[in-house]
Design a protein around this ligand. Structure first.
Ligand code: NAD
Length: 493
């Protein structure tokens, strides 16, 4: 069993309080790693190192091109370590090796993309309306960034947050989820190998209300970037407001996946399954509300069940497994509670509906892929994020009703639309209040495409060119070129 340390100021160090906690393998149901329990003191050391890196360290004067070289090297190193890091993620969060390896092999693209952007952050020289002034704007790093991540895809979130932050010239302190800290602590060694100066990238592990809260409240942290639940996001937003910090939030969802009668129904059924059962439903963009046009409901439901029946539940390390364990014990209980709530609300369970048991499943927290029908959009199962393999089928008659039901939740992270009618696809993509709309596909991401939520699903965007501006401040510089005597000092110039 490995005992991990924090990564602060370019070195692995023990926690100030001398305490560690257990990290569980959700498949085997056993402790597999010891994680340092971060405190306010550890956060203080990490933030001080990050501040030093940005003020007196070499990072402060490194040109954007030189920063970009480090980021490209980091991308190369992740590519070389993809299998090792993916296996650590699977041990920690129980997601499928096929999913995590895919993520890790794609992960370097964020470093390459933002390395490419680092030296293209240009200011402007406005043709200012005052003849005796020369004026220009520049974009400066916002300051020390505190990055708090969720347990479902820890290293992907590091790439989404830290690639633009470091490209912008910031230094970061990462606080990973207490359920899945190992991969972030392993990843830290690669930042040193890539040539990032000490203090530019730090990881302090620990619990949300301890290390997490200390990071959010630290006076020298200028910007908080968070991925997690909307309840925690709201708490962090309020705490950050006390210090008037900049905040980006990537939160939960209750995404509608909408199937029209004119769709390619086989493709739509495969898309619906990948929307909810992939990653055991533990994905923020889970298409957990399946809106199906009433005329094809029975036929479509049969197709879904036929695919769901083929899902292999088991060891997430095996490439042939389709559904792995639920990552955390509280999450396992929460999913089973929601299944009971749905049954109590009158939703009809067509498939699954309880814990999954059988050979090879005894150590883990497994839930059957579950399909409910006769769901109305007022039921809790249709309104609240379950974050598990639980699908609710809701019928609709026409486009207007699909939009109304689709938008009738507090969330707005993603939506799917399945139709062969291009005009309808465009109308739907305009009408749905979601940060991402997929048409005839689902759960596609790219480093080039902005990702983020509307409404309770978040604030700000990750990936794409605009993401770097989440970590920059604009400065306006005014230079007088006048040699005339000063004018009236009591009026605005
Ligand atoms: P969570 O909100 O419980 O925890 C997220 C992080 O916040 C963890 O690092 C945790 O330690 C920390 N934290 C908790 N309380 C804190 C506090 N008081 N102060 C500071 N930090 C605190 O979320 P989770 O259970 O880890 O993740 C699941 C949630 O994340 C789901 O709602 C899911 O939809 C969301 N999510 C969103 C996206 C996205 O990009 N929009 C991606 C993945 C997951």
């Amino acid at each position: 069993m490995k005992t991990y340390q924090h990564f602060i100021d370019g070195a692995y160090v023990d926690p100030a309080g001398g305490e560690w906690f257990d990290s569980h393998d959700p498949y085997r149901g056993e402790v597999w790693a010891r994680i340092p329990r971060g405190s306010a003191e550890d956060i203080d050391r990490a933030v001080a190192a990050a501040k030093r890196a940005m003020t007196t360290g070499p990072w402060a004067t490194m040109t954007p091109s030189a920063r970009a070289r480090c980021l490209r090297k980091l991308g190369d190193l992740v590519a070389l370590s993809a299998e090792r890091l993916a296996e650590i993620e699977v041990r920690d969060n129980g997601k499928l090796i096929s999913e995590m390896l895919g993520q890790l092999r794609y992960h370097p693209e964020w470093w390459y993309y933002f390395a490419g952007l680092a030296d293209k952050v240009e200011g402007t020289v406005p043709p200012i309306d005052k003849p005796d002034i020369f004026a220009f704007t520049t974009h400066e790093p916002v300051g020390v960034v505190g990055a708090l991540t969720a347990w479902n895809s820890p290293l992907l979130f590091i790439a989404w947050k830290c690639a633009p932050a470091l490209a912008a010239g910031c230094a970061v302190v990462v606080k990973p989820s207490e359920f899945t800290s190992a991969s972030s602590l392993e990843f830290a060694a690669l930042t040193r190998e890539a040539g990032l100066p000490d203090g530019v990238f730090n990881v302090v592990a620990g619990f949300g209300p301890e290390a997490g809260a200390a990071l959010v409240e630290h006076k020298d942290v200028a910007k908080i970037t968070f991925t997690g639940s909307d309840a925690t996001g709201a708490r962090i937003y309020a705490a950050a407001a006390k210090g008037l910090k900049r905040v980006s939030l990537e939160l939960g969802g209750k995404s509608p996946n909408i199937v029209f009668a004119d769709a390619d129904l086989d493709a739509a059924a495969a898309g619906a399954v990948s929307g909810i059962f992939a990653a055991t439903g533990q994905t923020c963009v889970a298409g957990s509300r399946l809106l199906v046009q009433n005329t094809i409901r029975d036929e479509f439901t049969e197709k879904l069940i036929a695919i769901a029946k083929t899902a292999k539940i088991g060891d997430p390390m095996l490439p042939e497994t389709n559904i792995g364990p639920v990552t955390t014990a509280p999450q396992y209980r929460k999913i089973l509670d929601y299944i009971a709530i749905a049954k109590g609300e009158g939703a009809r369970c067509l498939f699954g509906g309880g814990p999954a048991e059988g050979p090879g499943l005894s150590g883990g927290q497994f839930v059957q892929p579950t399909i409910f029908t006769d769901v109305t959009n007022r039921m809790r199962i249709a309104q609240e994020e379950v974050f598990g393999p639980v699908l609710s089928i809701i019928g609709f008659t026409d486009e207007a009703e699909a939009v109304e039901i689709g938008n009738d939740v507090i969330y707005g992270l993603a939506a799917g639309v399945w139709t062969k009618d291009i005009a309808r696809a465009i109308r739907m993509s305009r009408a749905l209040k979601a940060g991402t709309v997929w048409v005839n596909t689902y759960r596609a991401i790219s480093y080039m495409m902005p990702f983020g939520g509307m409404k309770h699903s978040g604030i700000g965007r990750e990936s794409g060119i605009e993401a770097i501006h989440e970590y920059l401040e604009t400065k306006s510089v005014w230079i007088s070129i006048s040699d005339a005597p000063p004018g009236n000092p009591f009026v605005m110039r």
